[in-house]
Design a protein around this ligand. Structure first.
Ligand code: ADP
Ligand code: MG
Length: 376
């Protein structure tokens, strides 16, 4: 397919922080941007040429987006995959509705991962109450996760016994779930792949991810794992993208087990919080890659320019009744870069921004990043 070049208009479904950073990248590259998001204060709107304010599945709004854009992408997986399919009838869409459908349903997602020849945690798909009447020992102690609409640890219940698992399932109102065996994690890592075609893909350096309360807190790059293991994660991400015939940016989260083996946790059909370090530390960042992939351009080079640590800034940092944190300490650190998403309301757990710290080694960057965070 012919490459889409500036000043074409590019569309994005969703106007959160990922849409905002996409818009910045696209505008910088000379494209125009249209955002579909119902919120008048959507973070991406500040950088968009056009903001279509409507629900994500509004047929007229989808038509307007498709007809004004040379290509459309998404910033979140919980958009109805059918909306992506609808758009695809009128314009170029990536990733495809089928790929988004896989990523938004844990049952389909795990089946696809296994089908691609990659391991998941042992899991039981529970589509109705009969499915949970089997022997549950292989999945216990475990985590019951809703199949759809979970993020940042939401929609998850940890269970020890079969009785607890069945009670938790009933509590979730009988919606489709997976019961997943709780694994003993050495650490968590992610690999983000950009794929345009079989011959054209690029994988970013692997990030080591530390979560707090189910939400990403820090990403450390390079991940402090053996280079061969990092390479294996990159190859697995590439393999998964290939199996899905994926076009766009695909994030793959992994567990590293005690025996140094990798298990795929979940995928996201878009740039990922654990890839925000690329904004500072890679030759091409993940949002530029999203633009390049949707336009049919070659993925840019992903070389890491420096060890880096990304720290998420949640609303909790705005402790004193909404007063701004001490940005001066960050602003005065020459090796730190602050990114704020322009959200008006700071709420606990809400992703408000992040900062990246570059240093000679990942450990040094981590020490400095933590010291900076403590002064905010
Ligand atoms: P979300 O969609 O909310 O990110 P995840 O499935 O990634 O949900 O789970 C969130 C976090 O919970 C993971 O990053 C990991 O720390 C922990 N977790 C999830 N599943 C397991 C598991 N099977 N074993 C151990 N820890 C897990
Ligand atoms: Mg996750």
């Amino acid at each position: 397919m012919a490459a889409i070049l500036p000043p074409a208009m590019l569309g994005i479904l969703g106007g959160g922080q990922l849409g905002r950073m996409f818009a910045v990248a696209a505008k910088t590259m000379g494209y125009r941007v249209a955002v579909l998001d119902p919120d008048e204060n959507a973070p991406a709107a500040a950088f968009a040429d056009r903001h279509i304010r409507a629900p994500y599945n509004d047929p007229a709004a989808l038509r307007e987006l498709a007809d004004s854009c040379a290509a459309v992408t998404t910033e979140f997986e919980n958009v109805n995959a059918d909306a992506m399919r609808e758009l695809a009838r009128r314009t170029r869409v990536s990733p495809s509705g089928d790929c988004v459908a896989v990523a938004q349903d844990r049952i389909a997602e795990k089946a696809w991962i296994n089908k691609a020849g990659l391991p998941t945690a042992p899991y039981l798909a529970i589509e109705s109450v009969e499915d949970i009447q089997v022997e549950l020992a292989p999945y216990l102690p475990g985590i019951l996760k809703t199949a759809r609409l979970g993020y940042d640890g939401k929609g998850q219940v940890r269970v020890q016994t079969a009785a607890e698992a069945r009670a938790a399932y009933a509590n979730l109102g009988g919606q489709a779930c997976v019961l997943e065996k709780m694994l003993d994690l050495q650490l968590e890592v992610s690999a983000i792949v950009t794929r345009v075609s079989s011959a054209q893909s690029a994988v970013f350096p692997v990030a080591e991810n530390i979560h707090k309360n189910g939400i990403l807190d820090e990403s450390i790059v390079p991940a402090r794992i053996a280079p061969a293991l990092a390479k294996q994660a990159q190859e697995m991400a590439r393999k998964l993208a290939e199996a899905l015939d994926y076009v766009g940016v695909l994030a793959v989260e992994f567990f590293v087990l005690a025996d140094d083996s990798l298990v795929v946790n979940e995928i996201a059909p878009r740039p990922h919080n654990s890839g925000h370090y690329t904004l500072t530390a890679c030759l091409t960042d993940q949002f530029q890659q999203q633009v390049r992939a949707m336009c049919g351009l070659l993925p840019g080079r992903t070389d890491l320019l420096s060890p880096v640590v990304m720290v998420n800034l949640l609303g909790d940092v705005w402790k004193d009744n909404g007063h701004e944190p001490n940005w001066d300490v960050l602003a005065e650190a020459p090796n730190a870069q602050l990114h704020l998403y322009g959200k008006k309301q700071a709420r606990p757990g809400r992703k408000m921004g992040h900062f990246n710290v570059m240093a000679a080694s990942a450990d040094e960057a981590l020490d400095q990043a933590r010291a900076l965070k403590d002064t905010l």
